[in-house]
Design a protein around this ligand. Structure first.
Ligand code: FE
Ligand code: FE
Ligand code: ZN
Length: 279
């Protein structure tokens, strides 16, 4: 069965997210570990997690994808900001152990004029500092649009980071369709070539999740503004081809489109239909 869900608010806890997912025929979901702009996390409620794990087992919800606050910058110029990113993500990884076997995605960072080499080196250094033998979470680098000094707009940059990580079994990549499009990878007219390039540069075995978004901007715009499925420059047909592509068949898909629950329900239904037709 197609694994698809969307970004959900974590304000009411895990069980509430599980119930929202079920209500829109999602069998996975993404959530922020804490306020995306701040860094304070609410305490994990063990009873809430227990109820969620039971519901997830019953409804076949897995894997879930936690998203780090996007304000964190592992390759900031200011050492305190780099420490904040490291400490916050380390804390998130510890919290993820309450829900073992899932994914934790983060934006690699912005090198803010220090250069790509410095950026890559800080990010890999952070990962080497926080990945812990025996942990039960895979940490994912997200492909970025390449806006400003973002690291991760090119597959080669992610490959550089992955190469320098010592605990390789705990890292992977999350491909965001809006971001790669905005970065200049033509998944609309040349999907197979882009997949081939991803495989050559990073390796498809490293791809663990897909963020499924249309883009408000044309190919290569480096903007990063998500559109609803079919309302952007990538379009419904091309995104359905991504979902139905044989090499992505086992991967979980997460919508991060500008929608409320009912809009997400429609997009999930649309993609399930396309997927079943190619089954
Ligand atoms: Fe993201
Ligand atoms: Fe994303
Ligand atoms: Zn984005």
């Amino acid at each position: 069965m197609l694994k698809i869900g969307c970004h959900l608010s974590s304000a009411k806890g895990f069980e509430a997210m599980g119930k929202s997912a079920v209500s829109i025929q999602a069998n996975t979901f993404q959530f922020f570990t804490r306020n995306p702009r701040g860094s304070r996390a609410k305490a994990i409620k063990e009873e809430d997690v227990e109820r969620f794990l039971a519901l997830a087992a019953r409804e076949g919800i897995s894997p879930i994808l936690a998203h780090a606050p996007y304000i964190l910058n592992a390759c900031a110029k200011d050492g305190h900001l780099r420490d904040l990113a490291r400490d916050t993500m380390a804390d998130d990884l510890r919290r993820m152990e309450y829900t073992p076997g899932n994914l934790y995605n983060f934006h690699p960072g912005c090198h803010v004029g220090q250069g790509m080499e410095a950026g890559v080196s800080y990010i890999a250094g952070m990962l080497n500092g926080i990945l812990t033998p025996g942990q039960h979470t895979i940490m994912l680098l997200e492909t970025m649009a390449g806006k400003g000094s973002e690291v991760g707009g090119r597959f080669e940059e992610l490959r550089e980071i992955l190469d320098r990580v010592e605990q390789k079994e705990y890292v992977g990549v999350c491909l965001d369709t809006c971001h790669v499009w905005d970065a200049g990878y033509d998944i609309k007219d040349h999907l197979d070539e882009v997949i081939g390039e991803f495989d050559r540069v990073i390796g498809l075995d490293k791809l663990k999740a897909i963020h499924l978004n249309d883009s408000m901007n044309p190919l290569g715009s480096k903007k990063d503004r998500h559109a609803r499925i079919g309302e952007g420059h990538i379009g419904y047909q091309a995104l359905a081809c991504v979902v139905c592509h044989p090499v992505f068949r086992e991967l979980p898909f997460y919508l991060e489109t500008p929608n409320e629950l009912d809009g997400y329900a429609r997009e999930i239904a649309m993609m399930r239909k396309a997927w079943e037709e190619t089954d």
